[in-house]
Design a protein around this ligand. Structure first.
Ligand code: ADP
Ligand code: ZN
Length: 758
């Protein structure tokens, strides 16, 4: 032993608090919880679940107390430096759920706990307080009010004004708003209060006025169809049993799934239980929320676009038991809702339920686990279920419920698949074939509406020099820059880097760059030049950057203010448009050529979803698909809305290649700014994994460069673990993590069930 450092002091045991060493899971990729001493001053506030501030390697970090011990693990421990407000506490059940998530997805418990809390809660921030002014109750009597106003008018005109505005408001008014509208300073208001005509109070800032809006008018629920009734009955029985059960509700859009959710929630509430409804972020529109608020009194909404104070307030209401139904995006699965009885995941096949940064969880898996622990019922709803859920239903792990028909009748649109492959190559390829063009023309003539879909934004995909034949690449990423004409920029869709488009080739100076390929912006332009009188809107992430613009465009289209709507997958969801009689898919191939085993499935889902936008009324409709692969089952089945035919063609291919749902895939991504180091690290990872792979029932693939080999200046290589006969995936994840443990500065990340292979 050497004594360069003084020997550690005796551990200090505080006789008053025997368990005064907190095990803290810090919000960093650190696997083990670390001990910190809880100083006497903080002991009353620190319990299991408390959020605390501690020091790690000289840095202040936040963490969560996951245990309290009498004796520290190591002799020298630092003190807990601070504790966040009690409302930031994590419920012990949530800690356990996070432990499952951390283990299954190879993240640290601390990181997972951190991401389960919305930022304002995570950071222990409080609500802003504001002052509101309320009319004295006695003045609710109109005669009495008039008398007071009249009395003031003569000598104190400003006070009269304040009083009148208050009366008009019909409820509490923010003091600053009142003063601004009355155009007076604080003293007239002061006098009004002194006279006992109004009161002032400090309250939590209620934030977004939408939250204060009265709930939408109660709508009488429609009488359920026999199929809806059967589905609700099955859910009711499961709720009654108080056992965990999972259901797959399979029904095309408009078949009445949401109505089944609403009734199932009613059944849960009748039994004193509550529900969480997860929807993809993009479909979390005011319309969706209004549908739930129209049926239930106590609804909370959670998603990342909410202002901080709104998120905080909703979180508090949920934790306090003031809410029966929580609607939210992915992370709402961690909402601290007591007496949970029902979890609904609408559009369960959507990739947005998978988180892209640590912990890389899938909300569907977390929902199943949370429901299992709570003895709750899970309903996964979709028109195009994920193959994972379909396979689970076939294996009786989920109970299949079907809604085979659209409620309002409505005919499925007539499909027309156009083969682009034999069209001659021209210098300026026309984006719309004659058939599609004619179909649009007819729609315009009949004063109906059409949707044109292309899942690529921008104007031209590639800027090519006719001299040196080089395209302009992003200097940091392995992709070509995309021309955005309105912005007059070449933009990298991976890192966002922008530059001015130049007339001459930046590499060789050759004049006359050519711009090839197309996106939604170009489709819009072609439509404008072809149909000069048509009113055209475009919806993609370029036109919807401003808050509320998404809503605005869809709303205007629904009201008939536009004839044609061009857009990316954003337009696939949202409102029903009864006047849409044509859906044109400008190219169905954008998602088909992606090197990913889910490419067919995603294409099927997208095309089916967009195609489902046509013919929502008795007018019927048509779907025109332009593609280079007119025989592809994903496309053919999608336009016919034949999910089961698609599954019948796709599942055997997955099985043959051992892809999910017949295996679990773990992706190990290795990245570094230097190519050689990246490759070497990837090979080293393989060497370390190989000896035990067989024993774990794991097939190792790679290393190989990722399809996009460089992003933001980092080279990217990957290894895939295909886990076929794996009983316990978490053991494999733990093993793989340990074997390839961080070898900084090379970055190695593990992604269980990756949503993308790019
Ligand atoms: P999905 O969620 O499957 O797309 P919805 O529940 O939104 O379907 O139903 C589609 C439309 O049909 C909605 O306007 C809804 O109000 C209406 N609807 C649902 N069930 C019924 C019913 N039993 N009777 C009449 N209308 C219904
Ligand atoms: Zn880039």
């Amino acid at each position: 032993m050497n004594f360069l450092f003084p020997p550690p002091p005796e551990p200090t045991h505080d006789p008053a608090g025997p368990r005064c060493f907190a095990r803290v899971a810090v919000a960093l990729p650190v696997d083990r919880a670390l001990h910190y001493r809880v100083p006497p001053a903080l002991q009353a506030d620190v319990v299991v679940g408390s959020r605390v501030r501690v020091r790690l390697s000289g840095r202040a970090v936040s963490g969560t107390v996951i245990g309290l011990d009498a004796v520290p693990e190591v002799a020298r421990v630092l003190d807990v430096e601070g504790v966040y407000a009690a409302e930031a506490r994590v419920d012990p059940e949530l800690i356990e759920l996070c432990r499952f998530v951390a283990d299954r997805y190879g993240a640290s418990l601390g990181e997972t706990l951190e991401s389960a809390l919305p930022p304002p809660v995570r950071h222990g921030r409080g609500l802003r307080q504001i002052t509101v002014v309320t009319l004295a109750p006695a003045l609710a009597d109109r005669a009495r009010l008039k008398q007071e106003v009249d009395a003031l008018l003569a000598k104190h005109e400003k006070q009269a004004r304040v009083l009148r505005l208050l009366a008009e408001a019909g409820g509490p008014v923010k003091e600053i708003d009142l003063l601004r509208r009355a155009q007076v300073g604080p003293s007239p208001l002061e006098s009004v209060v002194k006279r006992g005509l109004a009161t002032r109070a400090r309250v939590d800032d209620p934030g977004d006025p939408a939250f204060l809006a009265p709930p939408p008018a109660r709508v009488a629920p429609p009488r359920p169809t026999p199929e809806q009734q059967a589905a609700v009955r099955a859910l009711e029985l499961a709720l009654e049993s108080r056992q965990h059960r999972g259901f797959l509700l399979f029904g095309i859009t408009g078949s009445g799934k949401t109505e089944v959710y609403l009734r199932a929630l009613e059944e849960a509430l009748k039994r004193g239980r509550r529900g969480i409804v997860l929807v993809p972020e993009i479909s979390l529109t005011p319309q969706t929320v209004a549908r739930f608020r129209g049926r239930f009194d106590r609804v909370a909404v959670l998603h990342s676009a909410l202002a901080e104070r709104d998120r905080l307030r909703e979180w508090r209401r949920i934790a306090a038991g003031e809410v029966d139904v929580v609607i939210g995006a992915r992370s709402a699965i961690f909402a601290p809702l007591p007496s949970l009885g029902l979890i609904i995941i609408d559009e369960e096949h959507e990739p947005s339920f998978k988180q892209q940064n640590p912990p890389r969880y899938h909300a569907r898996e977390v929902a199943m686990e949370r429901a299992r622990r709570a003895g709750a019922v899970v309903v996964l709803g979709s028109a195009t279920p994920s193959l994972e859920s379909w396979a689970a239903a076939r294996a009786d792990r989920l109970t299949l419920l079907r809604l085979p028909q659209r409620v309002g009748g409505g005919v499925l649109p007539t499909p027309l698949v156009l083969d682009l492959s034999h069209l001659p190559f021209t210098k300026h390829p026309r984006l719309l074939t004659d058939r599609l063009r004619a179909a649009v023309e007819q729609v315009l003539r009949k004063k109906e509406q059409a949707i044109l879909f292309l899942n690529r934004r921008g104007f031209a995909r590639v800027a090519l020099c006719p001299g040196c034949k080089q395209s302009i690449q992003c200097p940091e990423c392995d992709v070509a820059l995309v021309l955005h004409q309105r912005a007059q920029r070449l933009i990298c869709h991976l890192c966002g880097r922008e530059q001015m488009p130049s007339v001459n080739c930046p590499a060789c100076g050759h004049p006359g760059m050519r711009f090839l390929g197309f996106g939604t912006e170009r489709v819009e332009q072609e439509l404008r030049s072809t149909f000069r009188d048509a009113r055209i809107a475009r919806m993609d992430s370029d036109t919807t950057a401003a808050q509320g613009s998404h809503e605005r465009i869809l709303g205007a289209f629904a009201k008939g203010e536009y004839d044609l709507l061009v857009g990316t997958q954003m337009i696939a969801k949202g409102l029903d448009f009864p006047r849409v009689t044509l859906v044109g898919i400008v190219s169905a191939d954008t998602s088909l050529s992606v090197p990913d085993w889910r490419a067919s499935e995603r294409t099927f889902q997208l095309v089916a979803q967009v195609a489902g936008r046509a013919g929502r009324s008795s007018r019927g409709g048509m779907v025109v698909v332009q593609t280079l692969h007119p025989q592809h089952p994903a496309i053919l089945c999608a336009v016919r809305h034949d999910y089961e035919a698609f599954v019948a063609s796709e599942l055997p291919l997955r099985e043959e290649a051992d892809y999910p749902p017949f295996s679990e895939i773990v992706r190990i991504l290795v990245s570094h700014a230097d190519l050689d180091r990246t490759r070497l690290a990837a090979e080293r990872a393989k060497e370390r994994l190989a000896p035990m792979a067989g024993e774990y029932g794991v097939e190792l693939l790679g290393p190989a460069p990722c399809p996009i080999e460089r992003v933001r200046g980092r080279w990217r290589w990957q290894l895939l673990l295909k886990c076929k006969a794996v009983k316990e995936l978490t053991r494999v994840v733990a093993w793989a993590r340990e074997r390839v443990a961080q070898s900084a500065p090379v970055r190695i990340t593990l992604d269980v069930d990756p949503a993308s292979m790019l």
